[in-house]
Design a protein around this ligand. Structure first.
Ligand code: 1CP
Length: 354
């Protein structure tokens, strides 16, 4: 094996891509755009590729990961690819008994409720996820100058699935542990942060150009509780991934009141959902950060004139940020029309050309 198989691709074209420039808050030729959940059920070619293959099985097959990750890149002129996997994959890889049920999401066989349960979460080793390393390497070769975004779940969101046993609306059991069993909470958050750091490192070592921490459900937490019970952990995740030298994006839903604290956690880019206008978010996040977002995903079901007006508004407000990456405020809904995303991608490029 040639030694360079271990060296992440680092071509000038990739380094100078609009997406990475915007993350670094450098001038861009146009506002870069990608969509959270751009791969997946909204694409007929995805449904075909997944026929007869369970979600977790698909996430363990490198050739399928490469194919599904490439699908939206072929279809849309997006400025970045997002690695096809799931936030639960590293937990499955260290032996947590879980499944991803169609139409439901992650379901845990034995939820974590007491200290001995948390002790089951051992550290993640690169050898636990060889299919991730292989798929990232394959993708970096196929993508050329298009950056690949690796990702991991954030510690609150992972803790919520593990404690609740599945998707939750109000995260009551999770908060019961956070408020009532602070030692268990801290132990769980430390273990999940270690797994997250290791999972992000694996993806960057194999060639990912950026990473996103999806703490999707952390918006359920009040600022005071975020500061006391989550921030120490997200801060450590960003401190321990700084030396990787790639931009780190930090995203959650309903996090308007947490944007300042999420900025403090140390990411390079803060993701904003559709509830806070980007020019308002600029004032909430400390200087020195780029912003990502934030068109309401539900607008994909509106008439094109409305989509166009609102997308132009997002671009205008985004210009007040030090760097802006266009995205939806959350993932692409499974029933979205891919033609709408194609048109939106082209509009973002045309309307933002410098
Ligand atoms: O059967 C299927 O097709 C499963 C549906 C599906 C898909 C396509 C799940 C189950 N996960 C994924 C892929 C996935 N998950 C990606 C890669 C695709 C892309 O972005 O293009 C990513 C980045 C994720 C991350 C993920 N999984 C998050 C964070 C992002 C977000 O949307 O907030 C979360 C919260 C999960 C958990 C999860 N996995 C799957 C579902 C349906 C859910 C959400 C369940 C819930 O509502 O709690």
């Amino acid at each position: 094996m040639a030694d360079d198989a271990d060296v992440p691709q680092d071509s000038a074209g990739l380094r100078e891509s609009a997406f990475l420039k915007a993350c670094r808050r450098e001038p861009v030729p146009h506002t870069p755009v990608w969509f959270m959940r751009q791969a997946g059920r909204s694409l007929p070619e995805y449904l075909k590729a997944r026929e007869g293959v369970a979600m977790l099985e698909a996430c363990a097959r490198p050739e399928l990961i490469v194919e599904i990750t490439m699908q939206p890149v072929r279809r849309y002129a997006v400025d970045a690819a997002i690695f096809f996997s799931d936030i639960m994959v590293p937990l499955r890889a260290i032996g947590v008994d879980l499944d991803i049920k169609p139409g439901v999401g992650p379901v845990i066989a034995d939820p974590i409720r007491n200290p001995s349960d948390a002790a089951r979460l051992r550290p993640l080793e690169p050898g636990d996820v060889p299919y991730v390393t292989e798929a990232v390497r394959g993708l970096v070769g196929e993508l050329g100058d298009t950056p690949l975004i690796g990702f991991s779940g954030g510690p609150f969101t992972l803790a919520s699935y593990l404690i609740e046993g599945g998707p939750s609306k109000n995260h009551e059991l999770t908060k019961a542990v956070m408020y009532g069993q602070p030692e268990l909470w801290a132990d769980l958050m430390r273990r999940l942060s270690d797994i997250t750091i290791a999972f992000l490192k694996v993806q960057v070592a194999a060639g990912a150009s950026a990473v996103q921490l999806f703490d999707s459900w952390v918006g359920a937490v009040a600022p005071e509780d975020y500061r006391a019970s989550v921030l120490p952990h997200t801060r450590r995740i960003f401190a321990e991934t700084e030396a990787l030298g790639v931009p780190r994006i930090h995203f959650g839903v309903g996090t308007g009141e947490l944007l300042g604290l999420m900025g403090e956690a140390g990411a390079d880019v803060v993701g904003v959902d559709w509830r806070v206008p980007l020019d308002e978010a600029v004032g909430r996040v400390e200087p020195g950060k780029a912003l990502q977002g934030n068109l309401d995903p539900a607008l994909l079901f509106a008439p094109w004139e409305v989509v166009e007006r609102r997308a132009r508004d997002v671009l205008a407000r985004g210009r007040t940020a030090e760097g802006h990456i266009f995205n939806l405020g959350h993932g692409v809904p499974p029933t979205a029309n891919p033609d709408m995303l194609a048109r939106l991608t082209d509009l973002v490029h045309e309307a933002s050309e410098r």
